[in-house]
Design a protein around this ligand. Structure first.
Ligand code: PLP
Length: 388
């Protein structure tokens, strides 16, 4: 037998891989399973972006190795988007790293900043990839509980002084997966002050930055005065442009951290296929109508689902952003037992909240990732179980 290195032994099973396997096994028995468990956008990439890739694929310039660290036009394109959407100025050469989806950066930043024995502050509940990066770096985690009564924002005053002393890095993620909470400017101002005082780097995961409801535009951490001095923002095309399969993301902000991430990537990859970079710059600089449409589709889906959930008596706050719904489980159930019940009795896949951390217990996450009719069908099936 071949023994994996210790760092691999500390990695938990990828949470979503396990969830997908369960759902697929059920569907393989021929049942009409509705999967709201994963965060995989169901809509296609806008055709203008796809067409750009088709043309670009024929360009021999892209058949060679791309430049290390990406084509300048792609970095300029994301800089333009941040200026237009958030009023944030970024230097394309020193404050932008091109990533393989946001995900690669989420893992790399822990490699850049954490030594064994260091601590990373992670939101609980939170996106499980943060844990994987910290585990691979051999560092420790200190969880910051996100509580509904505190609008799912961490309470910095509640972090113990020993955790504060060892903390080098902190992840934040608004609009939030899984709770769908959105952060405000005041919270980010507190965050910059907290990070400066304690010498902690902030990694803001802005994967759902484009998706805010009821006319509210989520704000970027980088809009906060002083943010660039203490942190970085991860930005991705996956959700904003339905490009999850294309694997395009960015680390934006603090030039020292951008340089560290680029350095790691120089050794691991040569950047993305040039044709993808060209299509990605089309996404960022072309008309943004498709983004507005996408947000309104998710908003209509949210409204349809919550109306139907209300009818069956399942009460919860509506999401303010992201495409997730964070719903309390009925009494007498854990999040896992309830998710299992929904799969077995209603052929509905949801993500159990405990998969996102101990403070996710008591909730399940549903993705708005199918049509309004199918979402109403989900509510109807759950309603028939008579649990609410
Ligand atoms: N961050 C959060 C909170 C996510 O939910 C996801 C994807 O589901 C990602 C990051 C990763 O996105 P990608 O690697 O596709 O950019």
């Amino acid at each position: 037998t071949i023994t994996p290195a210790k760092r691999l032994q500390t990695l938990p099973e990828q949470f979503f891989a396990a969830l997908v396997a369960k759902a697929n096994a059920r569907a393989a028995t021929g049942r009409d399973v509705i999967n709201l468990g994963q965060g995989n956008p169901d809509l296609p990439t806008p055709s203008t972006i796809v067409d750009r890739l088709k043309n670009a694929a024929e360009n021999p310039k892209y058949h060679k190795y791309p430049p290390f660290r990406g084509f300048p036009f792609l970095k300029e394109a994301v800089v333009q988007r941040y200026k237009e959407d958030y009023g944030v100025d970024l230097n394309p050469e020193t404050e932008v790293a091109v990533l393989f989806g946001g995900k690669s950066g989420l893992i790399e930043i822990s490699q850049c900043l954490l030594n064994p024995g260091d601590t990373c502050l992670v939101p609980d509940p939170g996106y499980p990839d943060y844990w994987s990066g910290v585990a691979l770096a051999g560092a420790e985690m200190a969880f910051m509980p996100l509580r509904e009564e505190k609008e799912f924002l961490p309470d910095y005053d509640a972090i113990s002084s020993s955790d504060l002393e060892r903390a080098k890095l902190m992840f934040l993620n608004y609009p939030n997966n899984p709770t769908s909470a959105v952060a405000n400017a005041e919270f980010y101002e507190q965050t910059v002050a907290f990070a400066k005082k304690n010498g902690i780097v902030v990694a803001s995961d802005f994967a759902y930055g484009a998706i805010g409801f009821d006319g509210n535009r989520p704000i970027s951490f980088l809009e906060t005065p002083g943010a660039k001095e203490v942190g970085i923002e991860f930005y991705t095309l996956s959700k904003t442009y339905n490009m999850a399969g294309w694997r395009v993301g960015f680390a934006l902000g603090n030039p020292e951290i951008v340089e560290m991430i680029n350095l790691i990537q120089d050794h691991m990859y040569c950047s993305l296929f040039g044709g993808i970079q060209e299509a990605a710059s089309e996404a960022l600089t072309g008309p943004q109508q498709s983004v507005r449409e996408l947000v309104s589709i998710y908003e209509s889906r949210r409204n349809a689902l919550y109306e139907a959930l209300d009818e069956i008596g399942w009460k919860a706050n509506k999401p303010a952003g992201s495409f997730f719904c964070w719903l309390p489980v009925p009494e007498g159930h854990t999040s896992m037992s309830f998710a299992d019940l929904l799969l077995e009795k209603a052929d509905v896949v949801v993500a159990p909240g405990s998969g996102f951390g101990a403070h996710g217990e008591g909730y399940v996450r549903l993705g708005l990732l199918t049509t309004e009719d199918r979402l109403r069908e989900v509510a109807a099936r759950i309603g028939r179980l008579g649990l609410f």
